[in-house]
Design a protein around this ligand. Structure first.
Ligand code: ADP
Ligand code: MG
Length: 207
């Protein structure tokens, strides 16, 4: 399990990881307008600024701060979507100061509900929901009590979900206009969703 300070360090690690993937995410959004890498890199650099040297009273305050930084700086659909992910996910952790397996699952469930409410995308629409939905499901169904194992289950499910977007035609966001031309391409937001969970898991493994 992770206390509030460890979660802050984890989010700094996630932010560095996303920033280091800017070029790859730009490339992934070439079928769209190629702004996903820059938007995420800017948003997560502001996350780092918001977290640096700070102490947080609970995980809601911590994750909300991350979400607000992304929402206000990333721009595009993904600014709203990934901002909502952290804000609504964090709202499930009010007065919670320890991220353990059940808290992580509650975070993903609330994040998923918030993103689906805000963006109105369903699984199969070729968005980051195709990575987040199976990740939340995997965490919910995971019988393990160890935070690293739950994160691994979520990250693995997100990776498979992201991969599955290759065979989908987009039904939400600006990609919708691409129709069948998007076949064979992985949805960029689903890659970011997978990376966020992958870096969370990596952080927990190596601490
Ligand atoms: P934009 O589409 O405005 O250029 P980005 O390129 O930064 O924004 O982000 C695109 C990603 O946002 C998509 O790959 C998709 O995963 C995600 N996305 C777009 N619309 C939605 C939506 N309605 N619900 C969930 N995710 C969405
Ligand atoms: Mg874009």
């Amino acid at each position: 399990m992770l206390d509030t300070a460890a979660c802050r360090d984890m989010m700094e690690y996630v932010a560095d990881g996303i920033i280091s993937n800017e070029a790859m995410l730009t490339e992934a959004d070439k079928m769209g307008d190629a702004d996903h890498g820059a938007g995420m890199a800017l948003g997560f650099s502001k996350v780092k600024e918001a977290l640096a040297g700070k102490e947080f009273s609970d995980l809601k305050v911590l994750f909300s701060s991350c979400g607000t930084s992304i929402m206000m700086n990333s721009g595009g659909a993904s600014g709203a979507v990934f901002g909502t992910l952290f804000r609504d996910g964090g709202a499930a952790l009010k007065e919670c100061t320890v991220l353990d397996a059940p808290a992580f699952s509650a975070f993903l469930d609330a994040a998923l509900a918030g993103v689906m409410k805000r963006g109105k995308a369903s699984p199969g629409d070729k968005t980051m929901v195709d990575a987040l939905f199976p990740a939340a499901e995997a965490a919910r169904g995971c019988t393990c009590t160890n935070i690293a194992e739950v994160m691994q289950a979520a990250a693995d499910a997100a990776e498979q979900g992201s991969e599955s977007t290759k065979t989908m035609t987009p039904k939400a966001g600006r990609m919708r206009s691409l129709g069948e031309r998007a076949l064979g391409h992985t949805d960029p937001g689903s890659i970011t969703m997978n990376l966020i969970l992958k870096y969370m898991h990596q952080f927990v493994l190596q601490r």
